[in-house]
Design a binder for this molecule. Structure first.
Ligand SMILES: [Zn+2]
Length: 437
């Protein structure tokens, strides 16, 4: 099927930041085959008038726990909530069905916000794969490996076996890319972290985990005379397969090590600053040439799964931290949310740019609303003005998933109803933590 998008302001996000202010783009199957300026002469099976909207690569959300939708707004201002109620409540009340419906709802929210690829880390991850297939979403999916009992494993480290099952189930799938996801540096035993590294190497898979995030994590390693990143390096996990999430407290030596080992970084500015944890040294990470992308974190950490929110927070936090308005111009921030994310996944030649031969993963942002007029700089419009609700069209793999701002294959109201319907036992279990949530 050939789909022609016309009358769009195209941001290709290529090396030169090439733009086509009155552009067209043609897809054939799951690929982009042609794009340029003006009125194209070729025909297509479907033609869409973008009405002057901004057409850019789909956003890449490099760190998420999509199925945690039921936790949204629970204990938002509660310190140490991971150990105080998140872990226990998950073990009491998280089920495969809740994970599936939570993921589908989260994916629907992401598609409506122009996200076309996300990295996930959770339990019952095969249910997240099921949701991705149903929604047509590209997912890098990691079953959590953790040295404690989990909702889907009564024994500690049970995730290892589940990860390997997913790696075998989806060896070369277009949409589903299994990844190895140990939870963090202090929540997984040393032997198990090594086993995760072996598994990632055996299957050529990405490995992602929370690192240099928690104060107690930093204190634990400081008492041992090293940093979490140095510890991972000692275990052989700091390499080109590593996507290190957070890195809030990465030192200059850590950054040099990440660069030396060709590792990548997932930056979650919204979740990090809401928790008061700090602002990661992204200026230094970017200057070192380390690929990095933006992540929303889960809906209970970042609240929305929209990269518009992350882009705006990225701008204000890093400019403020460095007392430098000129730092990270808007187009660099749009790059981080699209092409940067793809590069952080090692997929920079597959998606993240609008070029012939790339996957047709793309987003159109309507400029109809008053808060987006006028447009002197489309990158500024996206970073400082636009919201998820301005997304009008989204395509993953050449298939239209959002049209006129509405999901084409999912009914969001029905999904909300179904999710609410299975949340009963979860809500009842949550009352036990009423004093903190
Ligand atoms: Zn996380």
């Amino acid at each position: 099927m050939r789909i022609l998008l016309r009358n769009a302001h195209i941001l290709t996000m290529d090396d030169q930041y090439t733009e086509y202010p009155d552009g067209y783009l043609l897809t054939d199957g799951d690929r982009i085959v042609s794009l340029g300026e003006g009125k194209p002469s070729f025909t297509a099976d479907e033609t869409i008038d973008c009405q002057g909207g901004i057409l850019l690569p789909g956003f890449v959300n490099v760190h998420c726990h999509a199925s945690m939708v039921p936790f949204r707004t629970m204990g938002d201002d509660c310190p140490d909530r991971l150990r105080r109620f998140l872990f226990p409540l998950e073990n009491e009340a998280m089920t495969g069905e809740l994970v599936y419906l939570g993921a589908l709802f989260g994916i629907a929210e992401m598609l409506l916000a122009g996200v076309t690829t996300f990295v996930d880390m959770y339990y019952f991850e095969e249910q997240v794969a099921r949701a991705c297939l149903e929604a047509g979403m590209r997912g890098y999916l990691g079953e959590t490996v953790i040295s404690q009992a989990t909702p889907d494993s009564p024994v500690e480290n049970g995730g290892l076996q589940l990860v390997e099952e997913m790696l075998k189930t989806y060896p070369h799938h277009d949409l589903i890319r299994p990844v190895v996801a140990p939870h963090g540096t202090t929540t997984v035993s040393e032997d198990t972290l090594r086993a995760c590294g072996d598994l990632a190497q055996k299957y050529g898979a990405m490995l992602t985990l929370h690192v240099s995030e928690m104060d107690y994590e930093m204190q634990y390693f400081a008492e041992r005379g090293q940093t979490p990143i140095q510890y991972l390096d000692g275990l052989g996990l700091c390499n080109e397969r590593l996507l290190a999430a957070h890195c809030i407290h990465a030192t200059a030596e850590d950054i040099a090590l990440l660069k030396l080992r060709n590792a990548r970084v997932a930056h979650c500015i919204g979740s990090n600053t809401k928790a008061g944890k700090g602002v990661a040294p992204i200026r230094e990470i970017a200057a070192a040439g380390i690929p990095y992308g933006l992540g929303t974190d889960g809906p209970s950490s970042g609240n929305t799964l929209s990269l518009f929110d992350q882009m705006r927070l990225f701008a204000v936090c890093h400019k403020t931290k460095n007392h430098n308005r000129a730092l990270f111009p808007a187009r660099e921030i749009v790059r981080a949310a699209t092409r940067g994310g793809a590069e952080a996944l090692g997929a920079g030649s597959e998606f993240g740019m609008l070029l012939p031969g790339m996957k047709a993963d793309l987003t159109v942002v309507s400029l109809d609303k008053p808060h987006l007029f006028p447009v002197f700089n489309p990158y500024s419009t996206l970073v400082y003005g636009a919201n998820a609700s301005d997304v009008s069209m989204v395509m993953t793999g050449g298939v239209i998933r959002v049209k006129d701002g509405q999901l084409t294959g999912l009914d969001i109201n029905r999904l909300r109803h179904e999710l609410a319907g299975v949340m009963g036992p979860f809500r009842r279990a949550a009352t036990r933590y009423a004093d903190v949530i």
